[in-house]
Design a protein around this ligand. Sequence first.
Ligand code: HEM
Length: 421
Amino acid sequence: MPEFLEYCQRRYGDRFTVRLGRLGTYVYLVDSEDIKEVFHGDDAVFHAGEANTPFLGWVLGPSSVLCTDDDVHMRQRRRLSGAFHGKSVAKLAPVMAEIAAEDVATWPVGEEFSVLPHMRRVALEVILRTVIGVPPTEEARLVNLRANLSALVDLNLLKLIPVAVPSMARLWPWSRYSAVQSRADQLVRSEIQRCRESVDLDERPDVLATLVRASGDDQMTADEIRDQLVTLLLAGHETTATGLAWTIERLTRHPAVLASARDAANQDDQTYLDALITESLRVRPVVPDITRLLVKDVTIGSGDSTLRLPAGTRVDPAIYLVMRSPKRYPDPLAFRPERFLGKRPDPSVWLPFGGGSRRCLGAAFALTEMRVVLSTILTHVDLATTTRKGEPARVRHVTLTPKLGARVTVLRRNAEVMALR
Ligand code: HEM
């Protein structure tokens, strides 16, 4: 996929069209001025929900914030946004650190392993504890949720075949996935019910409690809450885990950056860690592109470079290509956190979280989680560096993951962790 996008850009330039039969016609945009027009265009014309629905609607449900548009989307987004502001998210950092430390304590020493499955476990646990609000003491409940919800969001290209050929949904193995879906659904619904009945509802800091407490216009039905919870699980689990795995993969290939990151973590220097994460999400974006479906005919650009696009076209800001443009980032493939040291990234060319009114709702949550988890890893263990080539990217549903799962070796644990074990 990344190679294909690069090939198309080399061959056809900063605007190119990919026709995918029943899946539609996709016009990729690489120029940041074109992309600005998409992100700041009329939401009633550039439909993200309608574009996402064929791929995600069958898992997320009809009222998911990712699969709706216009007023319905705005309402769902507003209801969720309070829980995702910087201040609300900052309160979750201690739980995130605790979950990361528990996982790092299980890492082997002196033996190579893939860090991505560990990051998935951490990201899932963070969602279970901070979004659904399951207390750590409820082990049996957590075990059940872990198994069933991770199976629900374990999406791959095979599972998407019924999107193109709906009649396949009734056949094995797709029929088996429906059973997984209904088990997970029941569990989520019983969490909603349990939350509605909880005696400490008013004090609970988790996202589910915020949604259940909402009143007036913001009040939600159980179906709506179910759809948002599954959306947050899907949107926030694999993405953050993959972002973390890529950052570790990059660090182990850049000894000087790894040393600076370790110093920063030990001194609680958030500025360097933030720059490191910003650079990692630039050079290894988790989501390579995003889509808007045009509801009306649209023109992009002006004069000689006017591009006319008919209604029904899918327009794709090519995040991956924009963030490795040599015009925007000198020596774009080099991994240099210093590019962002003490600087906010330019929102027109730093796009790992998309943009406009659909920009990732969980961006602050993800950046906090990445900083806290990385800091925990760097203070708890010493990672070995390697001279091996970087891992190529593998497409996994809508994300690009490190092909080998980001292989790492721990050289030693620090004394504090030894004491915890
Ligand atoms: C590194 C981690 C993450 C990355 C790279 C990422 C990336 C993205 C991208 C590219 C979009 C689409 C934006 C657009 O269409 O313009 C998106 C949407 C969204 N993300 Fe994230 N995401 C991450 C983590 C999270 C987390 C942790 C959560 C919540 C727990 C979350 C919740 C959402 C939601 C709800 C949307 C839909 C927003 C809307 O349509 O209004 N994401 N994300």
